[in-house]
Design a protein around this ligand. Structure first.
Ligand code: UD1
Length: 422
């Protein structure tokens, strides 16, 4: 298995291009199942998660062609559709569950494997299934698969109150509702930019959606959707991750395609920590104002709050801050697996339940560390870039799921980093 070798040290300067959002693309791709006309996505990221979704959609009978080295995905679902999403593919990636809504809307039934265990917590699917049940679906769990069937072969509009603003459930119900009979209202819907991006794409396909970006989404079902071409929104998590590189190492880096509105709560915390973010003609520029980073407290929340997907990377920054920072993880129950690895690099962190207390130390020290999930692995790279000596991050397949060309992008701004092939 490959690993990544990082030598800590120097300040960074230059530009990093930010890719299209993995999480948006993973929700946009299943939308091909809602129409028999072609759906083309541009600005797609080149990632193993996207290849997994390609494999899943292909297994269902959709055609997915990767063009321009993967930056364009040309999809079509005009043939007969297989409604069974097999465990062998679904277990690789939780976002596979996003085919449930579209399959049910198109075919009136679907059998989708439950995703199973996940490193960052239980992550059940009750919000998805309760919502679909309100729309007239009967759903049973048998042999590890959700067997869903729409009453009379067609979903119907309903008023659905989410107990929590789940991103995936909002996407699944929104897609299912585009072809349902009548109007669906989702109260306490997720407001993430990826939801707005999916709504934009579905509207381009002829869907009637209002309220995306607010907590109340309204979707009026239509008889059919048509083809469209859609550009995937900027990846705000990749953006935030690379904004932390100059914050941790010093220097000044421009993030091409970056937008403050995608990360307002995160930018406020950076400002409090002593990091300046300014808009440029082509994106955002990030620089550290003082030698010493200041401690800040962070609580993860659904958008527009501080994103859970940037908590690990923020912790890497705060390990060397002046003072004590408290990080509260409110979205996932088990998302501090990076803490023991950072401690191996000399960080002073105590974890109690969903709270991590980080006492800043003068310097981190390089060490062999192990990635446990996607965001944890990149946080260890960031920590290694500021540490004294060498850090080797193993299990980098997690990184390949969500960061395209991470070594090239960081080397481009002066980081001493390389991939060691095994
Ligand atoms: C999406 C993102 C993920 C991000 C997360 C929260 C994708 C592909 N992934 O994941 O990167 O970390 O949003 O911003 O977009 N829950 C339930 N029942 C459900 C659904 C969710 O209890 O039916 C719980 C989960 O266990 C978790 C919380 O709700 O604790 C958030 O989950 P959700 O917003 O659904 O996240 P995902 O869509 O899986």
């Amino acid at each position: 298995m490959d690993s990544i070798l990082v030598r800590g040290g120097g300040k960074l300067s230059g530009q990093i291009p930010i890719a299209g959002a993995k999480n948006a693309c993973l929700a946009l791709m299943p939308a091909t199942l809602l129409s028999d006309e072609p759906l083309t996505l541009t600005n797609a990221p080149r990632l193993s998660d996207i290849r997994t979704m390609t494999e899943l959609l292909s297994s269902l009978g959709a055609e997915v062609t990767s063009l321009q080295e993967g930056k364009v995905l040309a999809m079509a679902s005009h043939g007969p559709i297989n409604t069974r999403a097999e465990y062998d593919i679904v277990r690789k990636m939780r976002a596979s569950n996003l085919v449930l809504g579209p399959l049910l809307a198109r075919e009136g039934h679907a059998e989708v494997s439950l995703p199973g265990g996940c490193a960052i917590g239980a992550r059940p699917m009750d919000i998805h299934t309760d919502g679909l049940a309100k729309m007239g679906a009967q759903i049973d769990l048998r042999d590890g698969y959700l067997h869903a069937k729409a009453d009379g072969g067609k979903l119907r509009g309903a008023v659905i109150d989410f107990p929590f603003a789940s991103v995936g459930a909002t996407e699944n119900i929104m897609m299912a509702a585009t072809l349902a009979k009548g109007t669906t209202v989702i109260n306490n819907a997720a407001r993430e930019p990826e939801i707005v991006d999916l709504a934009d794409c579905l509207r381009a396909m002829g869907a009637q959606i209002d309220g995306d970006g607010t907590s109340t989404l309204s979707i009026q079902g239509v008889d059919r959707l048509h083809g469209a071409t859609h550009r995937v929104v900027t990846d705000r998590i990749e953006l935030g991750t690379y904004m932390l590189a100059p914050a941790i190492c010093g220097g000044e880096v421009e993030l091409l395609g970056g937008r403050i509105d995608l990360l307002a709560a995160f930018c406020e915390k950076l400002d409090a920590a002593g990091i300046s973010v300014s808009e440029t003609e082509n994106g955002l520029s990030v620089t550290r104002r003082e030698d010493q980073i200041r401690a800040v407290d962070v609580t993860t929340e659904p958008f527009p709050g501080f994103p859970t997907d940037l908590q690990a990377q923020m912790m890497a920054l705060l390990c060397t801050a002046d003072g004590t920072s408290v990080l509260e993880e409110k979205i996932f129950e088990n998302r501090f697996m990076h803490a023991p690895e950072l401690i191996r690099m000399g960080a002073d962190i105590e974890v109690h339940g969903g709270t991590a207390t980080v006492k800043g130390v003068a310097k981190l020290k390089g060490a062999p560390v192990m990635a446990t999930d996607l965001r944890a692995s990149v946080s260890l790279i960031l920590a290694g870039m500021a540490a004294e000596g060498e850090t080797t991050v193993s299990r980098v397949y997690h990184l390949d799921r969500g960061y395209e060309h991470v070594v090239t992008k960081l080397r481009g701004v002066g980081a001493d980093i390389e991939r060691i092939k095994s």
